[in-house]
Design a protein around this ligand. Structure first.
Ligand SMILES: *[C@@H]1O[C@H](CO)[C@@H](O)[C@H](O)[C@H]1NC(C)=O
Length: 269
């Protein structure tokens, strides 16, 4: 059988941006998505503590000063698409489209705005396996497995058995109305517009890498109501260790219309 793993070499372990910057960006985007989606979040709001609830109500009244919260719930037409929210918060949006490389399938493009050097431009979604965990069936003919520097694997395949495994982990970890991760990256209606990093193609002789992979462990204090936008979940339920995410960081300014290219190798055995 053929095992394929994507990896980045040991030398690239130095982080391009700080964990604080990664966290800051994710919180900014996820919070904007949450507020935009407020009308569908009423179940979650009922289980959140009062100070958190009023924080969002304040944010909402800043964005929609003339609309009362209760009325807002019925005004779905006021909401933006996730891609529009990304553009409003970070100044760019990204999406999948046929790659500019011949026979590379899909790729990821900057569809609007400008990505600044050092910006978090994408996330690598998928189930997170510790290195001792079995991934045999999920790995057969699967080109979307990313290996972190410490051997942790992230299966970013949105089809077949990988999809089934992710969905079942997502269901397992749900706490009442609170989802611990986002599974919409497995569908065509993606809630977190950054969660398309597995489709970023490798660089080539004439296309230099403009993004790189960076690992990020979600801190324990991450707001519970925003976890529904995290596109990763642990294969084994584990309350103690932090959730591993992999993000893509821009290595230079990237303009509208440009395709993203990373730099990874594969181990085939
Ligand atoms: C990715 O591109 C680099 C640079 O062109 C190359 O060395 C490497 O082998 C490529 N990786 C794969 C998996 O093709």
């Amino acid at each position: 059988r053929i095992w394929t793993l994507r990896y980045v070499p040991e030398e690239s372990k130095d982080k391009v941006i700080s964990d604080e910057d990664v966290l800051g960006t994710l919180l900014k985007v996820f919070q904007a998505l949450f507020v935009n989606d407020f009308s569908k979040q009423s179940d979650i709001l009922t289980v959140l503590p009062e100070p958190v609830k009023s924080k969002y109500q304040d944010l909402l009244s800043v964005q929609h000063p003339r609309v009362k919260q209760l009325e807002y719930r019925h005004q779905q037409q006021n909401t933006f698409t996730p891609e529009e929210i990304l553009y409003k918060t970070l100044g760019f949006s990204v999406a999948r489209a046929p790659s500019s490389l011949i026979s590379a399938g899909k790729g990821v493009f900057v569809t609007k705005g400008l990505v600044r050097k050092g910006a978090v431009v994408s996330m690598y979604p998928g189930t997170v396996y510790q290195k001792y965990e079995p991934i045999f069936f999920q790995s057969i003919g699967n080109p979307f497995i990313f290996r972190c520097l410490d051997g942790v694997l992230i299966d970013g395949n949105d089809k077949g058995i990988s999809k089934v495994v992710y969905r079942s982990c997502n269901g397992r970890d749900q706490l009442g109305p609170l989802k611990m991760s986002d599974s919409t990256w497995l569908t065509s209606e993606i809630h977190n517009p950054l969660a398309i990093g597995q489709y970023v193609n490798n660089c080539s002789n004439d296309r230099a890498a403009n993004v790189c992979y960076q690992e990020f462990d979600v801190p324990a204090a991450f707001p519970i109501e925003l976890k529904q936008y995290l596109p990763n979940i642990a294969y084994s339920y584990d309350k103690q260790s932090p959730l591993r995410c992999v993000i893509l960081v821009a290595l230079r300014d990237i303009e509208q219309g440009e395709e993203l290219f990373s730099n990874y190798y594969t181990i085939v055995s």
